[in-house]
Design a protein around this ligand. Sequence first.
Ligand code: ADP
Ligand code: MG
Length: 609
Amino acid sequence: MTVEDYSGKIRVLAGEVVSRIAAGEVVERPAAVVKELIDNSLDAGSTTIRVDVKGGGLGLIRVIDDGEGMSRTDATLAFQRHATSKLVSELNLSSIRTMGFRGEALPSIASVSKVKVVTACRHEPVGTQLLLDGGQVTEVHDIAAPQGTQVEVAALFFNTPARKKFLKAAATELAHISHVVQQASLARPTIQFHLTHNGQALLQFPAVASHRDRVMQVYHRRFVEHCRAVRGTGPGLCVEGFAISPEHARTSRSPQELFVNGRAVKNATVSHAVYNGYGSFLAKGRHPVFVLFLDVDPERVDVNVHPTKREVRFLDQDTLHREIRRAVRESLGAHPTSIQSTGLPSRILEGSAQSEVTVTSRPSPGGEPASMRDAGSRSTGWEDTVRQAYLPLASGTGLSEQGMRAKEPPFRYEAAPEVDVRPLGQVNRTFLVVQVGNELQVLDQHTAHERVLFERLQRAWAEQAMPSQPLLIPEPVELSPQGAALVEQHASELEKLGLLVEPFGSSSVVVRAVPAMLGRLDSASLVLDLVEDLGQWDAGPSLEAKVRPVLATLACHAAVRAGREMDLPEIKQLVEDWVREGFPATCPHGRRVALRLPTDELARIFGRG
Ligand code: ADP
Ligand code: MG
């Protein structure tokens, strides 16, 4: 594409859309400016976001990102009211996937301050510098700049002295800013964040792979040690996070962080459900402390209810309440999160000046079993698994029809998927590219398959229909003496899951049969991972809570792994299975399954909208 073809991304919203968005003043204090600028940087796809403030934000606020940047036309348009690249028609209002969508933040900020923007995008050979004073553009010129955007806000509220009077001391405003940066960091662990105040580093969070690692960076290690991992799924929703053990509950309510689809919000239903989950575990006058990440189908949550998007409304409050309450309740019976330490630099200041906490991240819970990640590791059980799971489609597998039926899951789906699934291909033998209805979707083949298997396993478990498949050659597994004892102790429960394991000497077991519906898998590494789950078994408050991690481990081991080539019919089958399960957004460990891009979004990107 040439520079001349680039028509710009920002449009001014039509009147009827404007009338439907929850309008209002977004800039009430410096922290609100920081939040809006970070939101914009996130929406621009940045990987590093740096926030510099002076004088509690009243002197200066500067946010620098390495996102997609803006063209000269866009940079000027961005400061008009209701100019946005994120919302095209009111139809999009029901499924907002970006942090911003109203096109209000930049004009509101600019109207009460002096702004300097330096931005450069891929589409234009040079960058743009824009100066505004009280909302009026005073200067626009070319400038050499790296791709990304830097917004500087000085003299905040210089023209609204009444507002300025309501501000608190710089230290208080700085605390609010610091909280905003923490929230954004918690919501997006894979993005690197920095915060400086008067030139001094305040927060520094290098990119990490999981929420767990980011929580470790943001809070004192002791906090995390005192927490329980919370995990739960319900129809169209998935919750993950940490909640304090009742014995460490606090007299204050902080932190109580809730993130819904990556947005920090307050929600009375969720808070109520958490308190309810603790029930009588909580001593009088004590409050739970929690950090919860909730993933909800964007169609089932309305983010357009509050001017600063601080609140959301859920379509199905009852299910939400029930699932959160259950997830919290279940976590309280479990062992502490047992997070250990490694070399991640943690927060620098804030109270515990200069204290560097180092933490170890264990392999991410959503990761594939360690034994399978190693190149050239033991068996390639996954290939057989895939072949069996998609047997009707794979050619030349040589297995008889009868054998096929014997391995079919002991249940049937009632409905065929309502949407058309057109497989398009595979990227890096890891991601599937598919058209589903009128969405372009990219799925992680491992997490998608893992989730499908997990749902099937859960149903089969509930129906007590988990037949086992004897191994032709029983497989011995070396464990620790404690591990072997654990397996022996829980042999009868494992048998109910279709896994037949017998003691074999003092520190080994032998696997005789595995759950039939999973096909062949690397039973040795499966048992090694199960030992960890069994360690938690006795602490589980309910049978369901005990079994869930075991089922998740089974699904993880049986799922097709990254690196495995899949042909179009296999891709179609897997994606249809996932669609039939209701498009679950994450794998049982909380890792994302799919990236969904509606075709009208594509049309907009290509200037057809
Ligand atoms: P909204 O975020 O609701 O769209 P804003 O007033 O915050 O409204 O921003 C207006 C537009 O300016 C955005 O839609 C986006 O296209 C562009 N923009 C703002 N900040 C950035 C940034 N940091 N990088 C790239 N584009 C940006
Ligand atoms: Mg915005």
